[in-house]
Write a protein that binds this ligand. Sequence first.
Ligand code: S3P
Length: 427
Amino acid sequence: MKEIRPANKPLKGSISVPGDKSISHRSIMFGALAKGDTHITNFLMADDCLSTIDCFRKLGVSINVTKEMITVCGAGLHGLKEPAKTLYTGNSGTTTRLISGILSAQPFDCRLTGDESIEKRPMKRIMTPLSLMGADIKSERDNGCAPLIIHGKKLHGVDYISPVASAQVKSAVILAGLYADSRTTVTEPALSRNHTELMLKGFGADITSSRLTASINPGKELYACDISVPSDISSAAYFITAAMLVPGSELLIKNVGINPTRAGILKVYKEMNAYIELVDRRLSGGEETADILVRYSRDRLKGTTIEGDIIPALIDELPVIAIAAAFAEGRTVVKDAAELKVKESDRIKAVSEGLTSMGGDITATDDGFIINGSEELLGGSIKSFNDHRIAMSFAIAGLACKNPVLIDSTGCVNISYPEFFDTLSGL
Ligand code: S3P
């Protein structure tokens, strides 16, 4: 149980948030499949990415971790070893789905599972395309979820039209495509985060993308890279929102990844009339980064509609955007976001229950929610559903409510942002 009291002074100064989770996972995975040593800085040392490290160690890859740098001694495309035991992916959907693409093509068998949440999340979305490629991947309980049993096979290239805009699905197919006997393409209904495409290119893969389609030709070795991970916009999102809501605040959040497939929140907050500026935009390892300057904006925030192609670019930020919307003037409508139901928790339910118990006006829909902003929210007791993004979003709400917010369980922040509460209290 954690109590967050209303902020009694502005949030001021300059902060850094941890490294990007999606990029950190991929740097370990691609480094493991490359020839040579990959050096990674600003890696996200949080439970999800540690699950990825643990799985690749069990696959025989040597990974050296120090405070400053991770070194992955690449095993090469064909150098992974059969693990002695079940691979455990913890709470991490990215680890589970991406590694399945790789394991489908190995000359050995594997069993893969994760925590209670992972064992409820849909895996058919990767089993279907991987099976089309010739993979032998089954759900042990035949319920479309983990545990997964994968018998490695020789794979064929496919042209896969994905029904969901999901970077995890796209990446699983592309990684399997590294091993296929011909070209593989994946087309999605809207563009999801493209870190796999950008980073694999840096490792030397023959990968191209055009609008909604990514294509990979097999047969090229991957070569080690040095990767400097930008800070995670999904983690910055909590402090951007906090500064917007606490009177007198002005925060500079340094070196944040602003890849357009991730930065939907900045567009939406600008539409909502927030004071946000990007300072010193630059390119680092193919990824766009900037410092984000944000000022108090609550007294001018307006509701908006969030729908269509922008949804994948802010899917993980919708819980905290809902908090901003609850304090904005007018109505905010979120549509086309049914994917929220199959994240670490059902985030439509978690956000609706939480905002309602704080005194907010929210209606859950099948594919999102409708929020009527209020001048004042009372606070109260909130359930995090053991979902890191729900716990952090309501912690931020607590800064701007009339009374404290009590969150039942907050250990889940270790999934993506172990220092979250320290940074918050430091401010
Ligand atoms: C991720 C993709 C997204 C996102 C998740 C991380 C990734 O999931 O929600 O937190 O690193 O590829 P989907 O692919 O399910 O949309």
